[in-house]
Design a protein around this ligand. Structure first.
Ligand code: ADE
Ligand code: ZN
Length: 316
């Protein structure tokens, strides 16, 4: 089954490049950049990957991202991820990057964007993987900071096609970013947002109505609101669901509790994605495998999920 799922052509629509930083690469970059890490080796670091919620994960994720300093580092990070895509028949990817995680540490915006863009270009040319980049704002920071990031990015408008919203969800509703998303749309950018991962269905309504998103990232808590589910079905708004992430961050206590196949059967346009694969135990194929092992996903359901991911692409 692994081989069959692995060889199913699919798109990945919810992937944080910083979350694809494998421990081995983290240690290599730490050495290259002469940075001391608080873990003695790769195994000790992996043992720290036990989280009770989103914030515990984010604290470690931002700490790990500190090894990313140069354009070459961002190239290597992105290239390693694209090689995984090739292995797993991910034919198209729309990754996120979080510029503020890097510019706030003094890394030039250009180093981040140029390294990522060069790897994505090589991915297209050498691996035949199409892609589009999403610039994501950190929602725990003020909207003013997001405006500054957008201003910094606009000279490179053609290097990304959409803006997103990630980081600590609860207490940072989409409404906080309505003005900066208005500005992004006025510049011709598409919009997506994390909503309904830990946050309530209300945040999904806001993402749709205030941020005018084309997709919802996660969105699994929509299941608590029948009117919202009806709208998602009616408008065929894609949800980029991340099953391993949701169990590692205790959004669901166990994979057997996950609602992705229920949503699929109700007619919601759900897709399977890896979110932060280096931290959550696998890439897209491993996420599909978890649905097979714990939820009894059939081949026909897997085909529909893969087709949904191809249909929900926004970048060409
Ligand atoms: N940043 C990286 N992964 C994230 C997630 N699952 N939710 C919110 N922000 C994130
Ligand atoms: Zn995410």
């Amino acid at each position: 089954m692994y081989e069959w799922l692995n060889n199913l052509p699919k798109a990945e629509l919810h992937l944080h490049l910083e979350g694809s930083l494998e421990p081995e690469l983290m240690f290599r970059l730490a050495e290259r950049n002469k940075i001391a890490l608080p873990w003695k080796d790769v195994d000790t670091l992996r043992q720290a990957y036990a989280f009770n919620n989103l914030q515990e994960f984010l604290d470690l994720y931002y700490r790990g991202a500190d090894v990313l300093r140069t354009e070459q580092d961002f190239y290597d990070l992105t290239w390693a991820y694209l090689q995984k895509c090739e292995e797993q028949d991910v034919v198209h990817t729309e990754p996120f990057f979080d510029p503020q995680t890097h510019t706030d540490r003094g890394v030039p915006f250009e180093a981040v964007l140029n390294g990522i863009s060069a790897a994505l270009a090589d991915g297209r040319e050498l691996l035949g993987i199409s892609s589009g980049l999403i610039l994501s704002f950190l929602r725990h920071l003020p909207e003013e900071e997001a405006f500054k990031t957008l201003e910094q990015a606009l000279p490179y408008r053609n290097a990304f096609f959409a803006v997103g919203l990630d980081s600590s969800e609860v207490g940072h509703p989409p409404s906080k970013f309505q003005r900066v998303f208005d500005k992004a749309r006025a510049e011709g950018l598409l919009t997506v947002a994390h909503a309904g991962e830990e946050g309530p269905p209300e945040y999904i309504w806001q993402a749709l109505d205030l941020l005018k998103v084309s997709r919802i990232d996660h969105g699994v808590r929509a299941a608590e609101d029948p009117k919202l589910i009806a709208r998602l079905i009616e408008e065929q708004i894609p949800l980029t669901v991340c099953p391993l992430s949701n169990t590692k961050l205790k959004v669901f206590s166990d994979m057997r509790q996950h609602n992705i196949l229920d949503l699929l059967e109700q007619g919601v346009k759900v897709t399977v994605n890896s979110d932060d694969p280096a931290y959550f135990g696998g890439y897209v194929t491993e996420n599909f495998m978890a649905l097979h092992d714990s939820l009894g996903m059939t081949e026909e359901q897997a085909r529909r999920l893969a087709q949904n991911s191809l249909d929900a692409r926004l970048a060409y």
